[in-house]
Design a protein around this ligand. Sequence first.
Ligand SMILES: [Zn+2]
Ligand SMILES: [Zn+2]
Length: 394
Amino acid sequence: MTATLTAVADLLPDLQTLRRDLHAHPELAFAEHRTSILVADTMRDLGLEVATGIGGTGVVATLRHGGGMGSIGLRADMDALPIVETSGLTYASKHRGVHHGCGHDGHTAALIGAARHLVRTCNFDGTVHFIFQPAEEGQGGAAAMIRDGLFERFPCDEVYALHNWPALPLGSAQTRAGPIMAAADRFEIEIHGRGGHAAFPQLTPDAILAASHLVLQLNTIVARDIDPNESAVLSVTKIEGGHAHNVLPTKVVVVGTVRSFNPQVQDRIEARLREVVAGVASSTGTRMTIDYLRYYPATINSRDEAAVALAAAKIAGLHAMEAPAPAFTSEDFAFMLQARPGAYLWLGQGRADPGADGERPLHHPSYDFNDAALPYAIAWFAALVERQLPASTR
Ligand SMILES: [Zn+2]
Ligand SMILES: [Zn+2]
């Protein structure tokens, strides 16, 4: 057990209570009002400078020690998901249809814990900004904070964040230089026929048949147009159209997502998607419109800071390893990594005894952050600060 893990032990009962309170009171993207107030009050009680309302419900708390000019940003996300929780836990969501199914309650509690630990140890020299962001789940809260002047108001030489990772055992951590999480794009294609009687197909372009051709063609893009040494995913996830057995519909909507790591691959997929849509529209006589949105870029760790993140994980007593490959999920910490050097870490969350159901994945209706991961998260945040902003030896 490292010195930090031992030193944070007395903080844990209160942090577990706080984490479970957050779990019971989850809030959706940009509506984290209670959470934001709780975070701001807790950080003020610690004597930190606190700024609220950054990018909506975002909070930044600042801790300075010594005269050092260096600065570091540590980020946690605060939002929950629109899921009906089925865990049956005593501290399950009191807000029906909202659930901390991604463990952001644990991230928030861990960053508060890191502040509590660093305030009383102060074994560093410089400035730490604790960044609590809204709306990670698809709404771009990190980008909203940056647009609101995050890094001008709170300059950070480097930024770090973690995500609880159920696929890794408790006490372990992984990251890697370069891409760690995918870019996420969303497409919505509207296919317009004229509509009409199903018995007179010669009188209207068939939007249903066009959608069928389109789905098959879209599924060839990654397989046939992308270098097999690259990786990407295109998934069609929704088809909507038609309402009666004897009516050809006027409109069918096809929705899906594209995930990629390399911006050139992302460009190529979007370009091919547009060509395929134009081709199928032409061959079926339908009219198609495309709404293509690149909502999160790939999360790309800078090389030096990825090494720092792994070194800090080892100092924190974690079994730290280079991640063998990035994940195809996405993460809006990507925007912060576009603005500043830094790294994103997967923190092992797996339970020794996951029970009869096995380990539940992120976004599962019964997902629950493992409180046993809290001391490791705190120790990692503290190790980053103490390593990157070393206390002067005067
Ligand atoms: Zn999530
Ligand atoms: Zn998440």
